[in-house]
Design a protein around this ligand. Sequence first.
Ligand SMILES: Nc1ncnc2c1ncn2[C@@H]1O[C@H](COP(=O)(O)OP(=O)(O)OP(=O)(O)O)[C@@H](O)[C@H]1O
Ligand SMILES: [Mg+2]
Length: 372
Amino acid sequence: MGPVVNILIVDDDPAKLIALRAVLDPLGANVVEARSGPDALRHLLKEDFAVILLDVRMPIMNGFETAEMIRQRPASELTPIIFVTAFDQADTNLGRGYELGAVDFVFSPIVPAILRAKVTVFLELHKSQQELKRYRTQLQGLVQERTTALTAINRELEAFSYFVSHDLRAPLLSIDTIAQSLLDNPEVVSDGTNDQIMRLRRTSKQMMALFDGMQTLFRLTGGDIRRQKVDISRIATEIIAQFQAQEPKRQVDSRVEEGLTASGDAGLVRILLTNLISNAWKFTRDKPQPVITIGSERVAVETRLFVRDNGVGFDMIYAHKLFGAFQRLHSQSEFAGEGIGLAVAQRIVNRHGGRIWAEGAMGEGATVYFVL
Ligand SMILES: Nc1ncnc2c1ncn2[C@@H]1O[C@H](COP(=O)(O)OP(=O)(O)OP(=O)(O)O)[C@@H](O)[C@H]1O
Ligand SMILES: [Mg+2]
């Protein structure tokens, strides 16, 4: 047994109310009686009804006027109304009734089986609506719960990254300082240890850079993103100019499609493009004729932006690894880097609810696509 369902019957004639009740009782719903329009409105204030059976002809406020009032109230604006009317008045009034949102008419004298069948439909409908409402509330609760949990996890991660990048930095720095002071005292260091101390310093520097990377990565989880129309072509051109200025000798053929735009957070999109272009710039280093292309592709309803290069490329078998933090497919000695750039890029894209992926082949360049 589910919760009790209410039916409201409205008629100024007590005999008719008794008759209606007798017809409806077998349905197992709770039948509530009202003797007038105002009386019906009072009941509607207190309770929720699956369906209202409304006599058209009543003194003071007739059925249509009552229906109008019922419709004006948000709580009952959708409650199904069945008008009960005598056959001889039907022709003039049907249109008005439907305009007022009647879902049906029944004509007196009432045929019990027909009335029961009609009312049953509305009881079932009401039941499903209640069930849906319950599911919705349940879902909302679940989403709320998950969001709270995720927020807590994010905060913990932030605290952890702060710990790593801040607290662990200090001891590392002092190791580096000690190493430095050893090197500054040649009388206590032999030639053999000198080399080892240098290596120690290099390693601690690397570790420091990793901490910095982590900090960058986690900084991006906080704060709100502010979407706006971003001029991708302009930003990409500026970024390439910066790389060019840092290495004026390199000759790179850069091709930026005109009129590229995206809807995203301007600051984050710049970081995203910087990371992608930085890779394209880096991994084309040994090509005699490096080409970097920033363009777009329209697939079905979405526009994908891409950064493409004709550099060393990578084996597609490892494509899924690229975006993991500190994951690198090329050795430090070959191409320097922390392995944080694409992890940051992915995080930025995720924060926009978008997608990012890479395609490439060994020795044949790489393309990173993204949709914001
Ligand atoms: N355009 C590319 N061509 C070939 N390999 C790439 C390209 N972009 C990324 N990769 C591979 O994916 C790895 C991860 O890239 P990512 O940008 O995260 O790190 P990184 O460039 O090594 O270091 P960082 O960006 O932190 O300085 C790279 O080390 C490289 O092996
Ligand atoms: Mg990189």
